[in-house]
Design a protein around this ligand. Sequence first.
Ligand code: C2E
Ligand code: CA
Ligand code: CA
Length: 703
Amino acid sequence: MGRCMTNQRIVVVEDDAIVARDLQRTLTRWGYHVPAIAGSAVEALERMATADPDLVLMDIHLRGEMDGIAVAEQVQSRLAVPVVFLTAHSDDATLRRAKVTSPYGYVLKPFEDRELRIAIEIALHKHATDTRLRRLERWLNATLRSISDAVIATDLDSSILFMNPIAENLTGWRQAEALGRPVGDVVKALPDEADPPQPNFLSQAFAGALDHDLIASGRLVTRHGSQVPVEYGIGPIRDDDDGPILGLVLTFRDISARLETDRQLRYFALHDVLTGLSNRVGFMDRLATACERAKRNPEERYAVLLLDLDRFKIVNDSLGHLVGDQLLVEIAQRLRTCLRAQDSIARLGGDEFAILLTDIADAGDVMRAVGRIRDQLSAAIVVGGRDVFTSASIGIVVSAPGYQVAEDVLRDADVALYRAKDLGQGRYVLFDSEMHRRVVASMQLETELWRALERQEFRVVFEPILSLQVPRRLRGFEALLRWQHPTRGLLQPSAFLDLAEETGLLVPVGWWGLRQAVEALLAWDREAPHEPPLTISVNLSNRQFLQPDLVEQVAETLVTLGLAPDRLCLEITENVIAEGEAALHKIKGLHDLGVQLHVDDFGTGYSSLNLLHGIPIQALKIDRSFVDQLNRPGSSKGAIVRTIVLLAREFGLRVIAEGVEDERQAMLLHELGCDCGQGFWFDHALDAAGARDLILRSAAVEG
Ligand code: C2E
Ligand code: CA
Ligand code: CA
């Protein structure tokens, strides 16, 4: 054996001083350090602490009270230092006593140096390994105790070998009680979805885990019988990567907090936080279910009531959002009381609620629900210290075979609701096939409208405007839009204009119409010159008026086409004037261009007369409805027309009467002071060629 480089410290306990000295010399030669030699038990115990040995060579036979075995016991337990016994005694009794101290080796005297050295090296090595293992074990224990998962280890027969504190808390068992018990006694788990629950579920899982790791969730039944949702894993402990299985380790964790979070997230996804009712998503979910059921069995009828509170905006704006919220909560509460167990209610947003009635036998069920709702809402609601009275408009849809998806049902309820609101407050409207037809028609119309522009199906026709003073003279034309529909023939604006405005199409069509009108006027100038020059009146839709570049576009049209600005009259509505500063700014801009501005349908809009003050307009057009009243017996006989004319005079405006249908009206209007008129009495709207012929004819008469 070569020289040992260890420099490990060995204390020698030997009462024979010569032997001790001899040992020291030998050990030192081998490279060990001998910090102390003790000749007795007392001396050994005294010197041990300061000597700080890595190993003790201990003679069993020592003179005095204590022998080497007794000293070894103390050394091992206090200092965890390995002891190698040196002894001449090898009687069984002594050896048994020595064994209790778990010595690291025996060397029988007399011994050879070789034997001693091997015994020392083995002892040192074994002790180092033991220390490492002990540390590892402590480290592992601390880890298992500090992780948040419960851990239970078992042997191959599923008897418990270990459980960490979390496992103790979760199961309600102490490790001390659980050790050695079958794991199934301590960990009782129910699978998530098994019905009826399988009590031996875990044992099966354990059997399965011998082959592969298993991760699943279930419910843990604690020692006290309560259930905790857990996620667990079971895996084999192997001696080696693919060596034999020594046991199983079961880890599990309480997932109730996570499940609760999941539950809350699901709740918020489907509910309205303010009222606690379902939200739109939740409602559509239920409606879809009802829809599917009705598709399978038309007898399973349902109805949707869509409610919109009347005047809610007023409450919200005047009393504040907090009061508005309280009102919504109270209304949700009241609506809830109107429902039967199988019905559901949701707040779709704002002040809109939806109710799904299922299992309805007949229309009576629906009407009774509506009655209950109206009753509930009719009583005053006290919010913010005052009584608020509210009512709701209700759109109703009853299930019908045609409904494929929930969205269609809600869309029709919406249509009915709109109708209800149109009728006034607190009304309800049942969606019917006629409405459905109209919805479909308007959707189709919308598609066709957008194509109409590129397919050049729009036309402009011209209605003559004449002075009312006899002999009546042609003054100009109003350009009016028509749609040459591919199948339905020539359509009047009433058939498509609102939709065109709503969808924004009227803006491009309006610009197109303006060009057409101006070009027509210029063509007449060439083919049928008129003195004084005629004007062309063009209607501006509200949206067109709102275009930011309105003034520039008008200017550009005039410049590129080459028309004197004062020959163009733009007809705007009263409502536009009431818009405020921005509108006024545009009106001034147009006025500065030199075009004329006429207020259309005067007297039917929102504007008040004093708005006219300071606005650069040139004429008012009296709406057809007022002209109509002129010959109706018992009516105020033109009182309104007279008022409008007086007002116009005051502001220096001209007055043009619309819808003149007979000579009596024409004369009366003239007497009342109207400057011009237009209407079927004079002529219907003409196409450009017809208008040209009219100009030629009237020039001949006037000339
Ligand atoms: P409006 O500007 O008040 O046009 C006058 C409407 O009264 C025209 O209807 C015209 O045909 C009709 N009318 C004329 N004389 C009589 C009459 O003696 N008796 C009766 N019962 N009706 C008469 P139209 O062409 O159907 O136009 C309806 C409305 O459509 C127009 O009302 C106007 O507001 C709008 N509109 C028409 N063309 C255009 C356009 O190119 N652009 C814009 N933005 N609106 C247009
Ligand atoms: Ca007009
Ligand atoms: Ca008009």
